[in-house]
Design a protein around this ligand. Structure first.
Ligand SMILES: [Zn+2]
Ligand SMILES: [Zn+2]
Length: 288
């Protein structure tokens, strides 16, 4: 593995709620939430949606055992259901650290065991042979070999966080599920100011943009944002790049093309240098 001082990301799953394979979603991708961050030789995985399966296949082809830190935003199934299919889990030489906010009324390991209960899955959790260690996210965040991660509670059902990953003077902010405006959540009054500060100046903001403004009217309180709310956050936070994420299962590739084009024009009209994209499965992006 090369040890260059670079930070790059690759989306392995961009979809929200449920995997959505098929010709209409082939370009932006049908797998659920999973993003790989490479900082020099350090590998971080954000969320374990169905996209993590293909990442595991890639890691299996490497000569060396996997050594990864897996950060979970929360435990809704579109963010964890790929884990039983993550090949390094069955490699006794692999090390997997699972870091998450603490779920209400239970713990992370119990949730991972439950999704491999015989009622749901044929192979039990105890058959996994990798060294798997669960860590509860601390208020101080997490220091990796080259990285520093901080987390922020966001507006979504259950204890859900977004992450900011910093390495080599670059940064990516990952907020897969977040209702920026509307709904009712136990977040402080100045939460939006905190959110803007959390994303401030990032090279890339990957943010929930599940709904159009029209769709949102009948979906307030479902825990997700609109494209224009994510765009406004990106503008306020002065980020360099925005990737719309957690694509609705109903959203086709051509819908996303049209929406991205609209917001690129908006960025131009507002005189912003903001680069707008829709998160795309399989594309690696170098942040510096
Ligand atoms: Zn989700
Ligand atoms: Zn969720």
């Amino acid at each position: 593995m090369e040890e260059t001082q670079s930070l790059s990301i690759q989306c392995w799953g961009t979809r929200g709620s449920i995997p959505t394979p098929g010709p209409a979603t082939a370009r932006y991708g049908g797998n659920t939430s999973c993003v790989e961050v490479l900082a020099g030789g350090e590998r971080i995985i954000l969320d374990a949606g169905t996209g993590i399966r293909l990442l595991g296949e890639k890691l299996k082809q490497d000569d060396t055992a996997a050594d990864v830190s897996l950060f979970l935003s929360h435990f809704h199934w579109d963010h964890v259901q790929g884990f039983p299919f993550f090949a390094p889990g069955c490699d006794r030489d692999s090390a997997i650290r699972i870091i998450s906010p603490s779920p209400e009324g239970t713990d992370a390991e119990s949730i991972f065991r439950a999704q491999m209960d015989p009622a749901h899955f044929p192979i039990p959790y105890d058959a996994l042979s990798a060294g798997i260690i669960f860590h509860e996210l601390s208020a101080d965040g997490w220091e990796g070999e080259n990285t520093r991660l901080t987390a922020m509670r966001v507006r979504h059902a259950s204890n859900t966080v977004g992450y900011r990953v910093e390495a080599f003077d670059h940064s990516v902010v990952f907020v897969p599920d977040n209702e920026l405006i509307g709904g009712d959540y136990p977040t402080p009054e100045k939460w939006m100011d905190q959110m803007v500060a959390f994303a401030s100046g990032a090279d890339l903001l990957i943010h929930d943009a599940m709904f159009t403004a029209e769709e949102y009217r009948s979906r307030e309180g479902w825990g997700h944002s609109t494209f224009s709310q994510a765009f406004d956050l990106a503008e306020k936070a002065g980020v360099r790049g925005l990737q719309f994420f957690h694509h609705s299962p109903h959203r086709s590739d051509s819908d996303l093309d049209r929406i991205v084009q609209h917001f690129r024009e908006q960025a131009g009209a507002r005189g912003l240098s903001l680069k707008v994209q829709a998160a795309t499965e399989g594309v690696r992006l170098n942040l510096g």
